[in-house]
Design a binder for this molecule. Structure first.
Ligand code: PLP
Length: 227
C-alpha cells in the first residue's frame, strides 16, 4: 500500500474512533481532502483510493487542477478567503464554497451561478474566536446572513464553517468548536434546513467530532507537507 492510501486509512480510522467515543454515527461525518499546494498526481492517487471530495484555497490553482483532472468525478470545495472579483469563477467551477462571510459575496455568488447548474452549496464562515486578522463573520452577524443566504435562489445554505484560533490548548479548541455547535443548533432551531458543520483539521479532528462536526477538512495528515 502506498503512503497516501495508508494516510487515508489512518485519517478514516481517526474519524471512526472519534465518532465511537462521542457515540456518533460515522456516516454523519464527511472527510474533505484539502489539496492546496499538493500535486495533481497525489489528488489522482487519493481519488483512486476512494476519496471523492477535495478542497482548495486558491482559485487559479484550483481551476488549473480541475482542468488536469477533468476525467474524474471530483466534488470540488472552495475553502479559502474570497475576493469579490473571483465570485464568478467560484460560482462556475465549484460545488461548494465554505468561506462566505459577507452579504456582497452571497449575492454575487447567487447571481453568477448558472441556472443550468444546481444551486451552489454554501457554508458561512464564522470568526468564532473573534480574531482581528481572521476572515469570517462574527457570531452575532450570522443569523441575518443565514436568512439572506436561505432566501437566494442561486445558492443553497448548508451550514457553518470555522477555523479556531491556532493553539496547542486542546480544551480551548474544544470550547471554540462547542460554541460553533451552539450557533449551528440555534439556526436549526430557528427553522433553517442546514446539515453541515465544517470544522476540524489535521491537528484537531478528534475535538471537532466530539463537539459535533459533520465535515472535517484535512490536508497534511492525508498528503504530507505542502510544497
Ligand atoms: C489548509 C486548510 C485546512 C487543512 O489544514 P491541515 O492542517 O493541513 O489539515 C483546512 N481548512 C482550511 C480552511 C485550510 O485553509
Amino acid at each position: 500500500m502506498n503512503d497516501l492510501n495508508k494516510n487515508l486509512e489512518n485519517v478514516n480510522a481517526r474519524i471512526l474512533r472519534a465518532c465511537q467515543s462521542a457515540q456518533r454515527n460515522p456516516g454523519d461525518v464527511r472527510l474533505l481532502a484539502v489539496s492546496k499546494r499538493q500535486s495533481v498526481a497525489k489528488i489522482r492517487s487519493l481519488y483512486g483510493a476512494g476519496q471523492l471530495a477535495f478542497g482548495e484555497n486558491y482559485v487559479q490553482e484550483a481551476i488549473s487542477k480541475q482542468e488536469q483532472l477533468g476525467d474524474l468525478d471530483i466534488e470540488w470545495h472552495f475553502i479559502g478567503p474570497i475576493q469579490s472579483n473571483k465570485t464568478r469563477e467560484l460560482a462556475r467551477h465549484f460545488h461548494w464554497v465554505h468561506s462566505v462571510d459577507r452579504e456582497k459575496i452571497l449575492r454575487r455568488l447567487s447571481d453568477s451561478r448558472s441556472p443550468d447548474l444546481p444551486p451552489l452549496n454554501i457554508c458561512l464562515q464564522v470568526n468564532i474566536d473573534r480574531e482581528v486578522q481572521k476572515s469570517g463573520a462574527l457570531s452575532e452577524e450570522i443569523p441575518d446572513l443565514a436568512q439572506l443566504a436561505f432566501s437566494l435562489t442561486g445558492i443553497r445554505l448548508r451550514g457553518l464553517m470555522a477555523i479556531p484560533r491556532a493553539t496547542k490548548d486542546t480544551d480551548g479548541t474544544l470550547g471554540s468548536f462547542r460554541a460553533m455547535y451552539a450557533l449551528y443548533e440555534q439556526l436549526k432551531d430557528g427553522g433553517l434546513p442546514i446539515d453541515t458543520l465544517s470544522m476540524g483539521m489535521s491537528s484537531d479532528i478528534e475535538q471537532a467530532i466530539q463537539a459535533g462536526s459533520t465535515l472535517v477538512r484535512v490536508g497534511t495528515a492525508l498528503f504530507g507537507p505542502r510544497y
